[in-house]
Design a protein around this ligand. Sequence first.
Ligand code: 4AD
Ligand code: MG
Length: 431
Amino acid sequence: MTPVVYVQDIARYAGQDVTIRGWLRNKRSSGKLHFLIVRDGTGDLQAVVSKAVVGEESFAQSATLTQESSILLTGTVKQDARAQGGFELDVKHLESVHIAEPFPIQPKEHSVGFLMEHRHLWLRSSRQHAVLRIRHEIVRACRNFFDDRGFLLVDTPIFTPNACEGTTTLFQTDYFDEKAYLTQSGQLYSEATAAAFGKVYCFGPTFRAEKSKTRRHLMEFWMVEPEVAFAELSDMMNLAEEFLSFIVERVLENRRNELAVLERDITKLEQVKAPFPRVPYTDAVALLQKKGNPIQFGDDFGGDEETLLSKEFDRPAIVHLYPAPIKAFYMQNDPQQPDLALCMDVLAPEGYGEIIGGGQRIHEYEKLLARIQEHKLPEEAFQWYLDLRRYGSVPHAGFGMGIERAVAWICGLDHVRETIAFPRMLYKLYP
Ligand code: 4AD
Ligand code: MG
């Protein structure tokens, strides 16, 4: 029996007969030869079909193969320096599994709108393969980073009774006789698990009904969120710095080919090393004003400000100590400057902007209760969260990184829509 192998392992079978199962990406012919470019999900391989070898009937059959037809090919693996990947397949036997109808995505330029409508098919392109492989590498690096440092993965719920990041971006749903919201962040629950296990992380989908149509916003995105007991803002700055350096290093180590497909300037990624600049919000405002931006102290940064700021640095910048009123209810105040919150946003360079948000949490019961009331949040829904401040409360801190924004930055993409297999965007739910 000839072994059934994947294209990524082809080098191991040089000189041997194997079977490849895949889809036809492209085809060209020259009289008595057909050159088939076959994709099997792990890579592309050129297969040479010769009339003299396969016979009249199979040769005629291979001429009928359309783009994306599925096929089984058996033949000899031949080393060939001219072939993509250094190998090709001299086909001895060919079998079509399904002849594809005319494929909507042709090897030519299509509009983004058209490609998004056909996202389920667009995923077969080399470019999408590169992006999603890098995404996987980033996800794996996130898990390895925390796992290797003794963080416990504790998953948090998706249906929640509470708002974490403001009440204006909640997706509401029926939960039997109650109302529930899709989670905006696992943080509040991770605060409970951090008090149980010391240091934890959660990693899952999060949802924001943000009426924003920008290159940075999705309605559904994945977030990895560490939370640490007995930790302060400065600990999170150090952790985020180490974390991002680790992720970028992993991608540079393992996904060079994919970065090349995306024509990513990797010299920019090679600069992502500690120490990262630490910029107090006040300095960031001064910097923006110097650049001619009309921002005033107390204003939050929008897309333009983030873009401008993040172009100022050659590596991620940790902007910290924002005015408390523009930040979430749970944020601890700076004891020296009580108007400021002990929080940080990490802005990716090259204009990418915020990829991480986090900081230190209020750990005093009375203070937190007052904040919940100030923000007019329903007290009943937060009783369990207040409980955490009644039983062995300690200073604690954490952060969250949006996976899609990190992928967009590391891949050098101009929009988050290509960073997830099926993006959920404003008014866009299909496919
Ligand atoms: O800054 P955010 O809102 O912070 C939190 O949710 C905290 N509770 C996290 C924590 O401290 N555990 O969101 C964190 C990150 C952002 O920096 C961004 O990368 C990503 O989540 N993010 C989005 N990504 C894509 N689309 C959106 N609509 C996003 N909103 C936030
Ligand atoms: Mg934020």
